[in-house]
Design a protein around this ligand. Structure first.
Ligand code: SD4
Length: 333
């Protein structure tokens, strides 16, 4: 559906006309089918890169690319794997709740044409990455938040689910014994998935989805759904995405910075390093207590990754190989 038809459709649904769109498949918009000869950079292979150790997600995205799918479909489908994996306590169903016990999700997606869609502070819907895509493709807006986003999701056929699993509830109950709130992204609270892909036509898209910081204040939004902070794509240059302490990424607009640095000639690795240095410099001494990690890709399919502290990893699927890598890092101390 075109954006201009949105208001018409919205009024139909408010009149009670059923909208039966499956929430599992999101191919409402025909993807570009430029011939492969369009590529002036013949070296480009399909490639997927994602934050953390998410081999199932990158494998899904790779499969989409191998079947000739677009980078946009690949990143959406890849992120959905983590959203439905209840063992990932930072994304989708099974994500750790806020301090009131509500699981609230943030996500955004960006395509090769610079279109962007995001949802934030969404409850009861697992596949917020698909919901973000619907915002991008089916509404005249780019961001929907909270109840409005949820309502739109149900109108689009998304299922209402309880996202608080037994184990997340147990963790929250334990946390409540002390209710200590130190918003430190540590080894127990990561795995937000940011994913970037180049398809066989050489086009780039990206996606990012998270339940945010565990035990955050109600209403808190991090970097992940914010254009330029948690994710940025420029199909002429490359893309970048972030994980870690969202407040710090937001203050430096890290993903946009990385893409702009690549535009000026830096490699993805150099650009990620510069962005991390920027975060560190702005934080004074505080960087010792939080993690930020970036990954990036350029139009040629070169990748980069850099973080503050040692333990950030990322997964790359290229040339048929799905591998997890340790990121290089700033804090050698
Ligand atoms: C946030 N950047 O909400 C996210 C958290 C994160 O792995 O990356 N967790 O601030």
């Amino acid at each position: 559906m075109k954006r201009r038809n949105f208001l018409q459709k919205a009024s139909l649904t408010s009149l009670g006309v059923m909208v039966s769109v499956s929430a599992t498949s999101c191919k409402t918009k025909k993807e570009d089918t430029k011939p492969l000869s369009y590529l002036n950079n013949k070296g480009i292979k399909p490639i997927v890169i994602a934050t953390w150790n998410v081999p199932n997600a990158t494998a899904k995205a790779w499969q989409v690319l191998q079947n000739g799918g677009s980078a946009l479909d690949a990143v959406e489908q890849g992120c959905r794997i983590e959203e439905e994996d209840t063992s990932n306590s930072s994304v989708g169903k099974g994500g750790l709740p806020d301090r009131d016990g509500n699981v609230t999700l943030d996500a955004c997606i960006m395509d090769k044409d610079g279109n962007y869609g995001a949802v934030m502070n969404v409850q009861n819907i697992t596949h917020v990455i698909s919901l973000a895509r619907r915002v991008m493709e089916e509404t005249p807006h780019v961001i929907l938040a909270g109840k409005g986003a949820e309502k739109f999701g149900y109108e689009q056929g998304f299922t209402k689910e309880n996202l608080l699993t037994e184990s997340s509830k147990k963790a929250w109950d334990k946390w409540k014994e002390t209710s200590q709130y130190n918003p430190i992204i540590n080894i127990e609270n990561h795995d937000t998935i940011g994913m970037l892909a180049i398809d066989s036509r050489g086009d780039i898209s990206g996606a990012c989805t998270t339940s945010g910081l565990a035990y955050k204040m109600a209403g808190r939004i991090g970097d992940s759904p914010i254009i330029g902070s948690g994710l940025f794509i420029d199909n002429e240059v490359g893309g970048a995405t972030a994980t870690g302490m969202g407040e710090e990424v937001l203050k430096t607009v890290g993903s946009f910075l990385i893409v702009e640095l690549m535009r000026q000639g830096k490699t993805p690795q150099e650009a990620c390093e510069e962005a991390v240095r920027r975060v560190v410099k702005k934080s004074g001494d505080r960087f010792k207590d939080f993690q930020v990690g970036f990954i990036a890709i350029n139009k040629e399919g070169e990748t980069g990754a850099f973080c503050i502290h040692e333990w950030f990893t990322y997964t790359v699927y290229k040339q048929g190989e799905n591998k997890n890598y340790k990121s290089s890092y700033y804090n050698k101390a």
